[in-house]
Design a protein around this ligand. Structure first.
Ligand SMILES: Cc1ncc(COP(=O)(O)O)c(C=O)c1O
Length: 364
């Protein structure tokens, strides 16, 4: 069934009527999470560019764009940006390097109808973007990625950044728009005071780098931050945009340090087997992102997971019968959404809509 047929068939029915496994988002909880972040941003001079990688759903991105403090969408991949632009999102930051002329040409093409900026950390990356931009007759805005300790990309603050800014300034087709940093190495530190101290300490050199460039006459932004640091990074003078993504739907890994955001999305599964009292459900590693542990089963606090395989999860002490449907909170929401092609939308457990997950499998 296509989206319209699915909706016609299930709209108004109970979520428990859906075939499992599937993911479902409660619209009221989702909107409350979005509103909470927007309210927070009202107290700061910072704006939000929520990360698409966390849900991969263009309908959700469009909804986020309607909030006052949201200026655009962040994504990790070129093909995610293409889905966003095709879906009507016209201000996108790819917070990642894009290397290869075959890919930079696609970025240039998107810039003919939208603003799609890219993070850079190498001369070759800048040159490839510049060449593609000139051929397409556009200017591609770039943000220099600054490594503040995560060690997966970017250059160190200070001189390495100034050197790249000089190359950008000398390269036709690209414009220097700012700095991109992400405090991923400390975003989930459990102790809040320690997290705050580390974030402020590790972002300081980026702020100093920005000030130095401003003194030289450059106008630039800093884009940074995640769900674990939004209220720290968002209060740092000199940070212009936050890239938080997980807060919208939440997951059980983040809930430990961010109790203020509620679970808006869950996986619905069916109990399919009763093996000597242990219950097996119809979702395994292919239906829930479990890098951060075992899913939380709502309403069955006594349930204890014994083991995962591709299509099964076995519990002991799960007080449910074959055929019962159970709701589970994924430990990692970003990789969970990447496993599904649609997310059902409910209100008071009644199905209201179904949103495509266009970014599923967008790895290019
Ligand atoms: C570049 C970048 N920015 C921001 C984030 C923040 O995402 P979240 O809000 O899910 O922590 C991430 C997460 O991996 C990221 O890679």
């Amino acid at each position: 069934m296509n989206r319209e047929e699915l909706l016609q068939h299930y709209k108004g029915k109970s979520v428990y009527d859906l075939p499992t496994p599937c993911i479902i988002a409660d619209i009221e909880t989702l909107e409350a999470n979005l509103q909470k972040m927007d309210d927070f941003l009202n107290e700061t001079s910072c704006k939000l560019r929520p990360h698409f990688k966390s849900n991969k759903c263009v309908s959700l991105a469009r909804r986020q764009m309607s909030y006052k403090n949201t200026v655009g969408i962040t994504c990790a991949k070129l093909s995610e940006a293409e889905q966003l632009v095709a879906g009507g999102v016209h201000d996108v930051l790819i917070a990642n390097q894009v290397i290869g002329m075959d890919k930079t040409v696609r970025i240039a093409e998107m810039n003919q109808k939208a603003t799609v900026r890219v993070a850079v950390d190498s001369k070759i990356g800048i040159e490839q973007l510049g060449t593609a931009a000139q051929e397409a007759g556009v200017i591609i805005g770039v943000l220099v990625e600054v490594d503040i300790g995560m060690k997966r990309g970017g250059v160190l603050p200070g001189k390495p950044v100034y050197d790249l800014v000089e190359i950008i300034t000398d390269t036709k087709g690209v414009s220097f728009d700012g700095l991109q940093s992400y405090e991923g190495h400390i975003v989930t530190l459990e102790d809040y005071d320690e997290r705050k101290r580390r974030v402020e300490q590790d972002l300081k050199p980026v702020i100093e780098t920005k000030k130095h460039l401003e003194q030289k006459g450059y106008q630039l932004i800093i884009s940074s931050g995640g769900t674990g640091t939004y209220d720290i990074t968002g209060h740092i003078d000199g940070i212009d945009e936050l890239q938080c993504g997980s807060f919208a739907l939440m997951d059980s890994a983040y809930k430990k340090i961010r109790p203020e955001f509620e679970y808006a999305r869950y996986v619905l599964a069916t109990v399919t087997s009763n093996q000597m009292g242990n219950k097996t459900i119809d979702v395994g590693l292919k239906g829930v992102g479990a890098e951060y542990g075992i899913p939380e089963v709502i309403g069955y606090p006594e349930a204890h997971a014994l083991g995962f395989s591709e299509e099964h999860l076995v519990f002991e002490d799960l007080n449910a019968s074959i055929g019962d449907k159970i709701k589970m909170i994924p430990p990692h929401g970003c990789t969970t959404n990447n496993l599904y092609s649609k997310m059902w939308i409910s209100r008071n457990d009644k199905i209201e809509d179904v949103w495509e997950i266009e970014g599923r499998g967008c790895l290019e």
